[in-house]
Design a protein around this ligand. Structure first.
Ligand code: NCD
Length: 364
């Protein structure tokens, strides 16, 4: 296996020092399809377009019982482990549902206190154990880079199985970025797609992994401007800004969220992630909630064709009186996660062409 040969040449420590873009090819199959899905930088524009198209086909096929029968037969011989040791509702459920749609039998470990980790087993051995029983591992952990390291480790064993990163620490959430791209694509379908749009990110940009991954995927689109609105202590990391500069992307960093709404095609709200605070209450110091809050009044300022997104869960970032506005797409965004994750898994297991063939014959 090429991937394994490539990995044998490098230690994890050396590999981990490489820039993300140079690490990305190691997680792909020789056909260019993802094998593991651990960092957003694995996906180029062609791969994103293919995944979005496949998600739409799966979504349409799944509307009929006969279509669901076809889909749920695809992976009936495979089992998936959902290893989520950080809180999750929608990411867990959408992966669970995506697995069911494709016919996987999903199993879960969500509480490490009832696994052998409590007997002192290392996380590495736990993952290796999963690979003895399952054909796919979907994992969410508080540890930055852990999913990537486990993908690296498993690829060198005799029983490599794909790893999908469902959120790793504060650094990456690649499948959230995929569903965000799918949502942007669908929302701007009749407005020339994502190219040329302006995305305004707001909230805890320092610790929100969804923004970090989505900012990376937006580099694949032409002339997309990125605006980061947050108080200074929660502002986006310099590494992200350096990447935008290196790619010649126009961006703006500001405290003035309200003043930027009129310039945005998509407003992407995020919550304050105070679970990462070293000292309780540290993130709310000097944080004026009303400055970073999207209200019913702001609907009047947002472009009539603009959209409001949120990875959810919501706390106090968007007032509920926005929920019925057609520009509020966060509930659709959440559901899109199920379709794009099904598309990703089908692609990893090389069933994408079969789905496309079925769609061409039955759904066009
Ligand atoms: C996000 C996450 O876990 O990073 N949630 C999600 O996956 N939809 C955002 C958050 O927790 O605020």
């Amino acid at each position: 296996m090429t991937q394994r040969r490539m990995m044998e040449e490098l230690s994890w420590e050396d590999f981990n020092k490489l820039p993300l873009e140079e690490r990305a090819p190691y997680f792909l199959q020789s056909s260019g399809r993802p094998y593991h899905c651990v960092i957003a930088q694995q996906f180029d524009r062609e791969a994103l377009d293919k995944l979005c198209d496949l998600a739409t086909r799966i979504r349409k096929i799944a509307k009929s019982k006969i279509g669901m029968d076809f889909l749920s037969n695809l992976m009936r011989n495979k089992r998936a482990m959902l290893y989520f040791t950080q809180p999750s509702t929608r990411t867990f459920l959408s992966f669970f549902s995506a697995c069911q749609i494709l016919g996987f039998s999903p199993a879960e470990v969500r509480d490490p206190s009832i696994s052998s980790e409590m007997k002192g087993e290392t996380k590495e051995d736990t993952i290796r154990t999963f690979s003895s029983f399952f054909d796919l591992i979907i994992m969410r952990t508080p540890a930055q880079g852990f999913a990537e390291q486990m993908a690296w480790m498993l690829s060198k064993t005799d029983r490599p199985v794909p790893i999908i990163n469902a959120g790793s620490g504060k650094d990456q959430h690649p499948t959230q970025a995929l569903l965000d791209i799918y949502t942007l694509e669908r929302s701007f379908e009749h407005r020339g797609g994502i190219d040329g749009k302006t995305v305004l990110f707001c909230g805890d940009l320092a610790r929100g992994r969804t923004v970090r991954s989505l900012s990376g995927l937006l580099l694949q689109y032409k002339n997309v401007k990125q605006i980061f609105a947050a108080p200074d202590h929660l502002q986006i990391g310099q590494d992200i800004l350096d990447r935008l500069t290196a790619n010649g992307v126009e961006f703006k960093v500001t405290n003035d969220f309200k003043g930027q709404i009129k310039n945005a095609d998509a407003v992407y709200m995020t919550r304050i992630q105070d679970e990462w605070d070293t000292n309780p209450g540290e993130s709310s110091k000097g944080y004026k909630h009303e400055d970073y809050y999207f209200t019913g009044d702001d609907l009047k300022i947002l472009s009539p064709k603009g959209i409001i997104m949120h990875p959810l869960p919501r706390r106090l970032e968007i007032s509920t009186d926005c929920d019925d506005d057609p520009r509020a797409v966060y509930w659709r965004q959440e559901r899109n996660g199920m379709w794009i994750r099904a598309a990703l898994i089908a692609t990893i297991f090389c069933r994408d062409q079969e789905i496309t063939n079925y769609y061409m014959l039955n759904n066009r």
